[in-house]
Write a protein that binds this ligand. Structure first.
Ligand SMILES: N[C@@H](CCC(=O)N[C@@H](CS)C(=O)NCC(=O)O)C(=O)O
Length: 208
């Protein structure tokens, strides 16, 4: 049995959706970031970095969302990352893009907000986020869509859809038509809908 330490709607939701996609039983354990539960002594024993997600597995603890998703997919012979070759490399590339490029772009905007760095710094951070969404649209053009890796739905699509719903900044990102279609395709999947229900969030990225 797995336990997923998560907070509603944040990056750990990508692991949550992956668990649902793979049909793996798990216990969701909510960590309230607003209350600072990620910095409690109890949680720091699980993830000393004081962040979600974290996954307790029968083999031991795994942290870092991308690592959890790869571990789950490999362990359960999943459909979210191909087993080998170039198809695996490109699926991992887009998962890593979401986790290590797109997500940190939002982290910079959050840093500006938390530290009250002013409108100019925030605009630079939001422009950088928009640049990443431009790259997503470009990739969907090049892959032929509907997913980042063309016809194959992979883990990166899930992570990108989770990040797309982060709208806590004044300058909302504009999604291109292919990106909107990707978000629609990913979030309408039953696994994504179950995660939305469990985490009790609203998916508003496509509302505008
Ligand atoms: N690289 C880390 C990033 C984790 C991360 O940034 N988690 C955020 C939520 S999206 C968090 O827990 N923030 C709470 C905090 O830093 O206090 C991973 O993939 O697990």
């Amino acid at each position: 049995m797995y336990t997923l330490y998560y907070s509603p709607g944040v990056c750990s939701m990508s692991v949550h959706v992956a668990l649902e996609e793979l049909g793996v039983a798990f216990e969701p354990h909510k960590i309230d970031l607003a209350k600072g539960e990620q910095r409690s002594l109890e949680y720091l024993k699980i993830n000393p970095r004081g962040q979600v997600g974290a996954l307790m597995t029968p083999d031991g603890l795994v942290t870092e969302n991308a690592a959890m998703i790869i571990y789950l997919n490999d362990t359960h012979d999943g459909h979210l990352i191909p087993k080998e070759g170039y198809a695996r490399a490109t699926a991992l590339q887009w998962l890593m893009f979401a986790n290590s490029t797109l997500h940190p772009a939002y982290g910079k905007a959050l840093f500006c907000k938390k530290n009250d760095l002013g409108d100019e710094a925030m605009k630079i951070a939001c422009d950088a986020i928009q640049t990443q969404w431009g790259l997503v649209e470009q990739q969907l053009d090049e892959s032929g869509g509907p997913y980042l890796c063309g016809e194959n739905f992979t883990a990166g699509d899930i992570y990108v859809a989770v990040v797309a719903n982060w709208d806590f900044f004044p300058q909302k990102p504009k999604f291109g038509p292919k990106t909107k279609a990707l978000l629609e395709a990913v979030t309408s999947r039953p696994a994504y809908q179950r995660a939305i229900e469990t985490e009790q969030i609203e998916y508003t990225a496509l509302a505008a």
